[in-house]
Design a protein around this ligand. Structure first.
Ligand code: FES
Length: 648
């Protein structure tokens, strides 16, 4: 009789295998994605499968419980000790005895899709550079002399098909002890940066390693640093954290840090040390939150702008201070954690995405990876709002990029009551145009300020999205004019306009009368936001000029803070060129997402390395039209470009 027919779902792969074939082996033969770390020894349970029994007339198959072997002792022992969910079997132990339909659940697939919060965002398929392999290594034999490392490499080749693996000196320091402690069974962490690239053994642990290994995706911004720690075997984020960039004390924006380096001998080294220390602390803190040790972090991806890129790598950014803004390298950089003094696993591999050019860095490349303008059918403008805004415009035919110095105002800095988006910060503001009465909401409280249960004592300040809404609403309510000038109580009809030196300020929350602190918007605050938004729009308009387009199909607001901006208020303020309100969306921290994609999928690294070569870079600093657009964009919304969509 013919060999049994095996059908795997969800892949639909099918084929015949001899009676007695383990399911894991059948899966390999039929090209089905079924995971294994222990190599079929019944230890790791990565190979779990769920057989389906019944009649599958579509395939002409009757699958019965007898189609899989009885539980053997290894499988039974695993179930008794660790437990297996109802209906689950270990694919490496159960053998095929008859026609059968076998489901491979998502958590047993190596290249599983990682569930993301936003349905429309690109999916991440797990394909990390770092993989764990449990191996049994031959014991040394006086008659067949060979080193421990050579026998480990042979075992990796024979048992896992990993050929040509290499290792550095630090591993040799630990290898002999680990092999003997594990009774010649070890778990090896093997890093293969790309399909076909030479693999490198980063670590060996005695026996089977139960604890997960972690990877860090870091978005290193000029003002804030964010980190997501992901389990490299499941892709799940175990902990996230953020800190302020300590380099702020050397200069708030990038150019002032470059000049700090120019003016102070040893200044670049100081800034490098500061940011590396902050990274090490952030990594240690996030590891702790995930229940891991810093040494369990074996891979790190960093995205950042070119100045941060140079400073974290210990390269003097002085060349970025003047035209032609030459980068030390625009290619992706790979190095070890020890080289950056990161205090995680010393051999952990660090990957920095490529820079696009000049002032458009790896953070913009990460946004491109996450938002894929280069595959878009419609013309999309992507604005990554930060201290420096990275702007991309394009579609599948052509993508342009530039960076624009917006300053830290959007992040709450330089604003009188400003603060970072954190508990207590005002984030939503509405002003009744008739009565001019404001109402607002703060982070961490459900109730609006005019609702029962609102606790004014928990207000701490106003964050970027709050100040944007406040100023846009002030414009709509006639409290400021087109030029951004705050009027007097008589001019505006708002008793909340109070004298502030020679100008007027507008009180959003009067601490004395209403409890909690005073939160007001001063004339200087409005100016700071006007300058920031003018830089943003001018950059976008420069790209539109170059592309020779006058309208946009859609706009994506990105950045940790971009996610919280209300599209309507962004348009009222003139932060972005005119576009239909329902075509303006938020992408959250797209640079951080891009870092996570590159961390979990090594193919994505090759993809972005190709894509950045095609992105055309526009240098705002030397474009005369930039100044022109900038001046025009100071008004709210603005003078030179009409906003027909806003009228609708
Ligand atoms: Fe490890 Fe089956 S492959 S338990």
């Amino acid at each position: 009789p013919a060999d049994p027919l095996v059908i795997f779902t969800p892949s639909g792969r099918r084929g015949r295998v001899p009676v007695g074939t383990p399911v894991l082996q059948a899966a390999r033969k039929l090209g089905v994605d079924l995971d294994s770390v222990c190599g079929g020894r019944g230890i790791c349970s990565r190979c779990q499968i769920a057989p389906s029994f019944g009649e599958f007339s579509k395939h002409g198959v009757v699958s019965r419980p007898e189609a899989l072997s009885e539980w053997n002792t290894v499988e039974q022992r695993y179930k008794d000790k660790r437990g297996l969910a109802e209906g689950r079997r270990l694919g490496c132990q159960a053998t095929i005895q008859g026609d059968v339909v076998i489901d491979v659940p998502p958590e047993s697939q190596v290249h599983r899709q990682i569930v993301r919060k936003r349905a429309e965002a690109r999916e991440i398929t797990l394909d990390p550079a770092l993989r764990l392999h449990f191996v049994e290594v031959a014991e040394p034999d006086m008659h067949l002399p060979s080193g421990d490392l050579e026998r480990l490499c042979t075992a990796l080749e024979e048992q896992w098909g990993v050929s040509g693996a290499t290792a550095g000196l630090p591993l040799l320091h630990r290898l002999q002890k680990a092999l003997r402690e594990g009774g010649w069974k070890v778990t090896a962490a093997v890093h293969t940066p790309a399909e076909g690239a030479p693999p490198r053994i980063l670590e060996v642990w005695p026996g089977f390693r139960e604890r997960p290994v972690w990877g860090a995706a870091i978005d290193l911004g000029s003002t804030t640093i964010a980190c997501h720690l992901a389990n490299l075997q499941t892709g799940e984020v175990g902990a996230s954290g953020g800190v302020m960039n300590p380099q702020i004390r050397f200069g708030e924006d990038l150019m002032s840090r470059v000049s700090y380096s120019m003016m102070n001998p040893g200044g670049a080294e100081e800034m490098t040390a500061a940011v590396r220390r902050a990274l090490a602390e952030l990594l240690a803190g996030t590891a702790k939150e995930a229940g891991a040790e810093p040494a369990d972090i074996l891979e790190t991806v960093i995205v950042c702008n070119p100045v941060m890129h140079h400073l974290v790598l210990g390269i003097d950014p002085v060349e970025l201070g003047w035209a032609p803004f030459a980068l030390a390298t625009s290619d992706a950089v790979s190095c070890s954690a020890a080289e950056l003094s990161l205090d995680i696993h010393p051999d952990a591999q660090v990957y920095l995405l490529p820079c696009i050019a000049g002032h458009v860095g790896a953070d913009a490349a990460a946004v491109a990876l996450s938002e894929s303008p280069h595959t878009s059918d419609d013309l999309v403008l992507i604005v990554d709002v930060g201290t420096n805004a990275e702007i991309q415009l394009g579609d599948r035919n052509r993508v342009l990029a530039c960076s624009s110095p917006t300053g830290p105002a959007f992040e709450g800095a330089q604003i009188s009551s400003g603060q970072r988006a954190a508990d207590g910060a005002v984030e939503r503001v509405r002003i009744d145009p008739a009565t001019k009465a404001p109402r607002f909401r703060v982070i961490g409280q459900e109730a609006w300020s005019d609702e029962a249960g609102f606790d004014a004592s928990r207000i701490t300040g106003i964050c970027g999205s709050g100040i944007i809404e406040a100023i846009a609403e002030m414009r709509l309510a006639g409290i400021i004019d087109e030029d951004g000038v705050i009027g007097s109580p008589e001019q505006t009809g708002s008793g909340r306009c109070v004298a502030d030196g020679r100008t007027w300020a507008w009180v959003l929350h009067d601490g004395t009368a209403e409890g909690g602190p005073l939160v007001s918007v001063t004339q200087n605050d409005v100016r700071a936001i006007q300058l920031a938004k003018a830089a943003l729009t001018a950059g976008a308009q420069l790209l539109m000029d170059r592309m020779e387009v006058e309208t946009l199909d859609r706009v994506v607001l990105a950045g940790a803070f971009g996610a919280h901006i209300s599209p309507l208020h962004a348009l009222v303020l003139g932060m972005i060129p005119d576009c239909a309100v329902d075509k303006v969306t938020s992408a959250g921290n797209a640079a951080g997402t891009g870092a996570r994609i590159a961390l979990l999928n090594r193919g994505a690294r090759r993809e972005i390395e190709q894509v950045v070569r095609r992105i055309e870079k526009i240098e705002t600093a030397i474009e005369p039209r930039f100044q022109e657009h900038f001046v025009g964009a100071m008004a709210i919304p603005h003078k030179t470009a009409p906003y027909p969509e806003l009228g609708r």
